[in-house]
Design a protein around this ligand. Structure first.
Ligand code: FA5
Length: 340
């Protein structure tokens, strides 16, 4: 009996000294584990002399219950203490607003591309996509530029390891693809896409840029239709106040050929630098489809005529927002991109 009293006292003192949960669990194993002292005391009931057995048994069971309750109480105290400690160490301010989720947006070039689609869709144009990797034949020869034609100098490009396979220098080879697919039906399409040129990068010229080609083929298509279409497009995209200038030019695949400029915003301090002092920036080349090209596309130039244009998407976007450097488009600087 005195052993039981000692056991109870010792267990209680040790329990009071347990200040962390791990120590408490070790205490529990020591007294209540398979070989624990409390279980040993209970097992010993059978070997106690008969006359003391009842009192011993009652006492052993009472100690078991007292210590179990004391253990549970101590565990609850330690858990609460640990919770309070973690709350004060890492205070959680539930009133703090959550971090805003970053929202993506369309690149400014894509936004303008979609505006261009919508302007031409209203004029009855369909979008036709063609390849970026072209053969020399379609990029040059079928557009009336045989090998060694001096006009090829205007469009130096990147070559693949397969001879005659290049990255297209303009969207004009798409004219051949769409004509061959649609012939002899009339055509009214735009062909958007990436172009590549091996040339010096400047504030107005990149080695990679997007163009939107236009092609209209029909029985009585005239230069007046081309002029009307381009002017209507420019008014819709830039507003009534901006000016459109049409100059005569030369392309091997159109005859006659023109180039189209838009006036740079007058109040922009970079106007002189970007327009080389002229006040204008060129946005496209255009003209009446050359009879050789019509024939290469399968159309009889006696019965059909057509116009084509190829505009630079980055130049158009620069003009719209007075962007002073074309390199911003692929620079991936979020400070630039977030403005649109
Ligand atoms: C052409 O590419 C002709 N294929 C356009 C054409 C199509 C003429 C159909 C007649 C009929 P050009 O090289 O001028 O032409 O380019 C057309 C437009 O693309 C330019 O006006 C300009 O807006 C844009 N552009 C040309 N080179 C670059 C460049 N390096 N960086 C950015 N934009 C460019």
């Amino acid at each position: 009996m005195s052993d039981l009293a000692t056991l109870e006292q010792r267990a209680k003192t040790e329990l009071a000294g347990c200040n962390i949960e791990a120590a408490l669990r070790a205490w529990n194993t020591k007294y209540f584990g398979k070989t624990g002292e409390v279980l040993a005391a209970l097992k010993a009931i059978g070997s106690v002399p008969h006359e003391q057995r009842k009192a011993y048994g009652q006492d052993a069971n009472r100690i078991k219950e007292t210590l179990t309750r004391a253990y549970e109480d101590r565990l609850a105290v330690l858990k609460e203490r640990a919770l309070n400690a973690s709350l004060t160490a890492n205070p959680l301010d539930v009133t703090l607003p959550g971090r805003p989720v970053q929202r993506g947006r369309l690149h400014v070039a894509t936004q303008i591309m979609r505006q261009i689609y919508s302007v031409f869709a209203d004029m009855g144009f369909q979008v036709y996509r063609t390849r970026e990797v072209e053969d020399d034949l379609t990029n040059f020869e079928l557009l009336n530029m045989p090998p060694h034609h001096p006009a090829r100098d205007m469009w130096d490009t990147f070559h693949t390891t397969t001879p005659g396979v290049i990255l297209r220098t303009h969207t004009s080879p798409g004219q051949i693809h769409v004509m061959r697919e649609c012939c002899p039906d009339p055509i009214r399409v735009i062909l958007p896409g990436m172009c590549y040129r091996y040339e010096a990068i400047t504030t107005r010229s990149e080695i990679q840029f997007q163009q939107v080609e236009g092609l209209v083929i029909g029985a009585h298509v005239t230069m007046a239709d081309l002029k009307g279409t381009i002017t209507a497009f420019a008014r819709r995209l830039f507003g009534q106040e901006r000016q459109v200038r049409i100059r005569s030019s030369y392309f091997p695949f159109t005859e006659p050929s023109i180039e189209v400029d838009i006036d740079w915003p007058k109040d922009d301090p970079n106007a002189d630098r970007l327009t080389k002092g002229t006040g204008w920036l060129e946005i496209m080349g255009a003209g009446m489809v050359h009879p050789v090209v019509l024939r290469n596309g399968g159309y009889d130039p006696v019965k059909f005529s057509g116009f084509a244009f190829g505009m630079g998407l980055q130049r158009i976007t620069m003009l719209k927002y007075a962007i002073d450097d074309i390199r911003q488009f692929w620079g991936n600087d979020l400070r630039f991109l977030r403005q649109f």
